[in-house]
Structure formats: C-alpha cells, structure tokens
Design a protein around this ligand. Sequence first.
Ligand SMILES: N[C@@H](CCC(=O)N[C@@H](CS)C(=O)NCC(=O)O)C(=O)O
Length: 201
Amino acid sequence: MKLFYSANSPYARRTRIAASAARGFGVAVEDIDVAPLGPDNPVLSKLGPGGKVPGLELDSGAYLCETLIITRHLNDCAGGRLMPSGQAEIDKVAELEGIASLLMDSLFVRAAENRRDPSEQSPGEIEKEGQRAKRCYDALDKILSGQGTELHLGNIAAVAALGYADGRHPGDEWRQGRDGLRAWFDEMMKYPSVADTTPNF
Ligand SMILES: N[C@@H](CCC(=O)N[C@@H](CS)C(=O)NCC(=O)O)C(=O)O
C-alpha cells in the first residue's frame, strides 16, 4: 500500500502514526510525501477527484480518501490491533476518536477563517469554533487525564489534534488548567512516530 501525505497536514499525521503502528504488526505501507498540495498536484490529481491528503492506494488498486476510512483500513490490516480488545473498550476509544476528529475539523475551519482577508472573515464563525474547541479540550482533559498512552486510534487522533492546536492556535493555550491532558500529551510525544511527525508551521 502507498500512503500519500504532506508533512504539515494534521489529518495525514494521524494516518502516518497509524501506518507506523501497523508496520509494527507486519503491514507493508510506504509513506509518500506529495507536497506541495493544490489542484494541479501531479500525483493526487491522478488518484481521485478530492485532491487531498491523506490518501491510501491499496494493492488492489482502490484509492481510499478520508482519514477515518484510512485509519480504519490500517486497523483492519493490522488485525484490529490499532484498537483495544473488548467491545466496551472499543466503544470508548471510538468515542474519543470522534471528539478528537471534531476538534481537528474545528481547528482547521478556524485556521482557514483566520487566513482570510479581514474583510471576508466571519467573527461569529471564529467565535463559534473557538468555543467548540474549548469544549473539546475540556472533554479530552476529562477523558485522558491519568489514562494510558497506548498507540490506538483514539489516542492517535487526540495527540494529532492537540499538536495541530499548538501549531495553528497557540493562543488557545489548551494546557492552561488542564494538567492531566498536558501530562498525557507529553507521554504520547515520547513515541518516535509521534515526535517525528510534529508539524513545523
Ligand atoms: N476530511 C478530510 C480532510 C483532509 C484535508 O483537509 N486535507 C488537507 C490538508 S490538511 C488538504 O489536502 N488540502 C488540500 C486542498 O484543499 O487542496 C480527511 O479527514 O482526510
């Protein structure tokens, strides 16, 4: 399989960390950097209509887009070992993964809004997404404080979303008043696949 990514994409980061974990279970997946992104990207434009990273080309020739679909596929290839065992545990990790996905989407939308010319920005949208991010940080703090740092899809999604917040929204100061989440994040950063994929904005 081939995983197409760009180094600063927080979505691609999730799939790269998951791919690295899957390789540990014998899954063959090659990472391919296709930056710079854009409608005329010579690799992505041939693979599918979306033109976004991440993308995963399967040995069958099928081309998967969307982070959640790609990470689920990598988990299948790894025999389910990117998720815990036991339905109750799986459900908890899926709940975490959903919240972290929402957070990443929210941060992404707000970053795009911030990049617009001030005359085109929507202060209401920026405020709404800022509040959503705050609720998600609080939820992650509650869920992850004192928890383990296994490399499962929920933890991977959460560390990538928080890392993206560091890069694009340092003013959120998500660590402030959330010591448990900070300690959890610092532990996660000890994985080479997490540290080595930190975006460099
Ligand atoms: N919903 C997609 C979002 C992926 C996405 O927005 N990727 C961005 C990079 S972070 C991208 O490829 N942008 C290129 C473009 O918009 O042309 C997913 O979950 O994978």
